[in-house]
Design a protein around this ligand. Structure first.
Ligand code: BES
Ligand code: ZN
Length: 718
């Protein structure tokens, strides 16, 4: 029976097998209006109701065979939305089906959709709509069982004034009398709800391979077709490594700049950020990543968001295999080195004891967006890499990874299913010797332990050496007034990725003097560079050094680039930089409508604006608390930080048990329920405040080069 703490649906009683959408796109009202037909099947006896996930959706009718059904939209759960309870009127026994027709409209609060004004597009003439459903936003687009444990096919008729594209195969178009067109789609491979995706805008398509078209606004079609020319090679490499590509088409959609992710593996149609258009094909590893999801995530899917690493860790592993096959092993190892740094940063940001730094976190009561970080990606990758090395390298592991796909394709699985199959494969094909190796793995530490992985892998550093070397030279020159040993040629033979790694190494140093940053910029043209990965690292270095010259550049970049990988750390660091906090918050508030709702919510949290209406002038209490803490002398700060991890862990536990109690009380004691709810809310707010304050302390200590909690702990243990 599937378990999913982040869905309100009765997953133990019914499953949806198909959804048909019939929606009209209204750009003036910013709504999608129409119906969703759900084919549901009872998976237990005596099923009298269907509970669906919804979020800010306006439900207009529910019927079966034209017969209206009694339904209730339950009170909103702060994170999981409003359950829609539908009374079937009679009981279904196991295996029996019903076709529910739900008339509805989306509203402006639906977090899956971003409606862009013409001014927010490249062409500036037409509006644009796009959706982002992962992790739990599909419920704000379609009333559904919004859990990755449910896999369904879908079809859609989308009537719109501009071209519509979806995560499915296009099956036809029909002109309507009012000038609009109905675009028809079909997804025949069963997939989870988070992969439903739609974009509508002034789109042009260009063929870039036998099964691939790239879609963009006409202004960037040329650049996109050039950048992604290797797409077919990536797919073939994936097929050689795993199994034949199952989804028919593999198209790409290059979105406007507010797209909050680098890429999103919507089946048949990967969505990507325009920041990949670097003009040098240096950032196409994101495409390799999304292609790898065609197997890892889209065919073999996590059962719920607690096992998200099964999607992302496995995908990164395959992505690096593809990269290794195409460009050579040293490139995939280099990518692993970059990934390792991202992991260190995520662990530092949360704190090494934070529950979200575990590979398999508990998400009861949590919003999966809050748990999103490099941890599932890179800790997951590192565990698989480690297992591969332990078990005898790729001759043993490659066949296993393919068998994993063959075994689980079409299913949703959890970490226990994964591990059981790993054991059984090794036993069947290699005998007790490999089982003995597996028995020596510290599973508890890998899967449940917080902080960095229990074992540190060694990666080939061929491509990193020169980057480290140049960085060291800059470090050694820090006391020279005018270093003479550097020239523009230093970076000439570096690939874009090597430039990124050079800057990452520099960012690990204590801040360089401003005169050095002036020189570095003058020689290497870092402020004006087009490549977003390079620009981002450079701006982070400058912010860590309180180099105020860069602030306007940061504000400009972070307010025109909605990819959270870039805008979130930049605004967070600007907020923490000397004289930067006002600019950070004002930049965000001024450009709030530029960001996708998912990004806007996260940035508001980062900047301490989550508890207030972002339009109000009020100072949130935890920003005030943070300012007070700024003024504390160092020993007190250390003491506060020491207590932080204990406290957040106990608050986390308390809040989880309160959620459980809450559910119980809701069912049993209607009178007591509001009290419990108020308690839960208070504790959650306290937790958010504390998390924020302690993150701030950590960041300040890092900036001041003071030892952080991790070091303190280790000293004590010694
Ligand atoms: N599926 C993710 C994006 C995602 C994750 C969206 C969780 C919403 C919730 C996608 O495949 C991804 O990992 N994108 C990365 C690409 C990178 C790892 C190459 C990104 O956006 O940066
Ligand atoms: Zn991914």
């Amino acid at each position: 029976m599937p378990y999913d703490p982040t869905s309100l649906s009765n997953l133990d009683e019914v499953k949806t097998t198909h959804i048909h959408l019939d929606l009209a796109v209204d750009f003036a009202a910013k709504t999608l209006t129409g119906s969703a037909e759900l084919d549901v099947e009872a998976i237990a006896d005596n099923v009298s109701k269907v509970v669906l996930d919804t979020s800010f959706i306006d439900i207009r009718s529910v019927s079966v065979d034209g017969q209206a059904l009694k339904h209730t939209l339950e009170k909103r759960h702060e994170k999981y939305g409003s359950a829609l309870t539908i009374e079937l009127g009679h009981s279904l026994s196991k295996g029996h089906t019903a076709k529910l027709v739900i008339g509805y409209a989306t509203t402006e609060e639906c977090t899956a959709c971003q409606w862009l004004e013409p001014s927010q597009t490249v062409g500036k003439k037409h509006p644009y709509l796009f959706t982002q459903c992962q992790a739990i936003h599909a419920r704000s687009l379609v009333p559904c069982q919004d859990s990755p444990s449910i896999k369904l096919t879908y079809s859609a008729n989308i009537t719109a004034p501009l071209r519509a594209v979806m995560s499915a195969v296009a099956t036809g178009e029909e002109k309507q009398a009012n000038g609009a067109t109905t675009y028809k789609f079909q997804q025949k491979t069963r997939m989870p709800s988070y992969l439903i995706a739609l974009a509508v805008g002034n789109l042009e398509g260009r063929e870039i391979g036998p099964r691939s078209t790239v879609w963009t606004e006409p202004e960037v079609i040329e650049a996109a077709a050039w950048e992604f020319v290797d797409t077919e090679k990536f797919i073939r490499t994936g097929e050689e490594f795993l199994t034949p590509y199952d989804w028919g088409r593999y198209d790409l959609l290059v979105l406007p700049a507010s797209f909050p992710y680098g890429g999103m593996e919507n089946p048949c149609l990967t969505f990507v950020t325009p920041s990949l258009l670097a003009g040098d094909r240096s950032l196409v590893d994101v495409v390799a990543h999304e292609i790898a999801h065609s197997w890892m995530g889209n065919l073999v899917t996590t059962e719920n968001w607690e096992h998200f690493w099964l999607n992302e860790g496995f995908t990164v592993f395959v992505e690096r295999k593809i990269l290794g096959h195409m460009q050579g092993k040293e490139h995939s190892e280099f990518s692993a080195i970059i990934g390792h740094k991202a992991l260190v940063e995520s662990v530092d940001l949360y704190g090494k004891d934070h529950p979200f730094t575990a590979l398999r976190p508990c998400l009861r009561g949590e919003d999966p967006d809050d748990a999103f970080s490099s941890v599932p990606y890179e800790k997951g990758f590192n565990m698989l890499y480690y297992l591969e090395k332990q078990l005898g390298g790729e001759k043993v592991f490659d066949p296993y990874v393919r068998a994993h796909v063959q075994e689980f394709a079409g299913r949703s699985i959890n970490t226990d299913d994964w591990k059981a199959f790993l054991y059984s494969f090794m036993e069947k094909h290699h005998g007790q010797e490999k089982v003995d190796i597996l028995n020596k793995v510290d599973w508890e530490a890998w899967l449940s332990g917080t902080g960095m992985p229990p074992v540190e892998n060694k990666f080939d550093d061929t491509l990193a050496k020169e980057c480290n070397c140049l960085c060291k030279k800059w470090d050694q020159s820090r006391h020279e007034a005018k270093p003479q040993e550097f020239t523009p040629q230093d970076l000439e033979n570096f690939s874009s990725t090597q430039r990124v790694v050079f800057l990452e190494r520099v960012s690990e140093l204590a801040p360089l003097p401003h005169s050095h940053l002036d020189l570095m910029d003058e020689l290497y043209n870092l402020t004006t560079v087009r490549n977003c990965e390079i620009k981002f690292r450079w701006q982070m270095i400058c912010l860590a050094a309180d180099y105020e010259k860069i602030y306007p550049e940061v504000a400009a970049f972070a307010s025109t680039m909605g990819r959270m990988k870039f805008c979130r750390p930049l605004l967070r660091s600007l907020y923490l930089a000397k004289n930067g906090s006002e600019l950070a918050r004002n930049t965000f508030l001024k450009h709030k409508s530029f960001y996708h709702p998912i990004a806007a919510t996260m940035i508001a949290k980062d900047l301490g604006l989550s508890n207030v209406n972002v339009h109000s002038e009020m100072e949130p209490s935890h920003v005030f608390a943070a300012q007070l803490l700024d003024a504390l002398p160092e020993p007190e700060m250390a003491e506060i930080q020491r207590r932080q991890s204990d406290m957040s862990v106990s608050i986390q536990k308390a809040s989880a048990s309160l959620s459980a109690l809450n559910e119980f009380s809701a069912a049993k004691w209607a009178v007591l329920h509001p009290k419990f709810e108020a308690h839960t809310r208070a504790i959650k707010e306290l937790q958010a405040d504390l998390d924020y304050v302690f993150r701030r302390i950590r960041a300040m200590k890092t900036k001041l080069n003071l030892p952080n909690l991790d070091d303190d702990d280790e000293e004590e243990e010694e």
